[in-house]
Design a protein around this ligand. Structure first.
Ligand code: FES
Length: 140
């Protein structure tokens, strides 16, 4: 079956190869974009009205540990596990669009997951977020 947007098997680096039929069989993947990154489903994780402004909230969904941040009414989601030694980013101090890991002080951009301060060297994963009414949904 040919699905628009699927990455041809032969052009995909070995590290990213998987056959789309596996994902369809599992029912977990709907679409594979050009970059070879799997795209999942949006899952409701919180009520927007319950997310404190300029602070983090921890949610766990389908095995993903996610830190939600409400920056002036815009909701962002990054992996809550610090890439340095696993500190809880959802409990970090928020300054502007940055969160500081509570364990050793690494800084991450909340909108991009980019590491901005040592000791962490790797970026945090980000999740796509959509808000439907008061429902906050994260793509996992
Ligand atoms: S665990 Fe986050 S900076 Fe060390």
């Amino acid at each position: 079956m040919v699905v628009p947007g699927l990455v041809p098997w032969e052009r995909t680096p070995i590290s990213r190869r998987y056959h789309p039929s596996w994902a369809y069989a599992l029912g977990t993947i709907e679409y594979v974009p050009e970059r070879g990154t799997a795209v999942g489903r949006f899952v409701r994780v919180a009520k927007k009205s319950e997310l404190p402004e300029n602070d983090g909230t921890y949610v766990e969904v389908q095995g993903h540990r996610i830190a939600l941040f409400n920056l002036g009414g815009e909701i962002y989601a990054i992996d809550s596990t610090c890439t340095h030694m696993g500190g809880p980013l959802s409990e970090g101090r928020v300054r502007g669009d940055e969160v500081e890991c509570p364990w050793h002080g690494s800084h991450f951009g909340i909108k991009t997951g980019k590491v901005r301060g040592f000791p962490a060297k790797e970026d945090a994963a980000t999740y796509r977020v959509r808000v439907a009414g008061n429902d906050v949904e994260v793509e996992v």
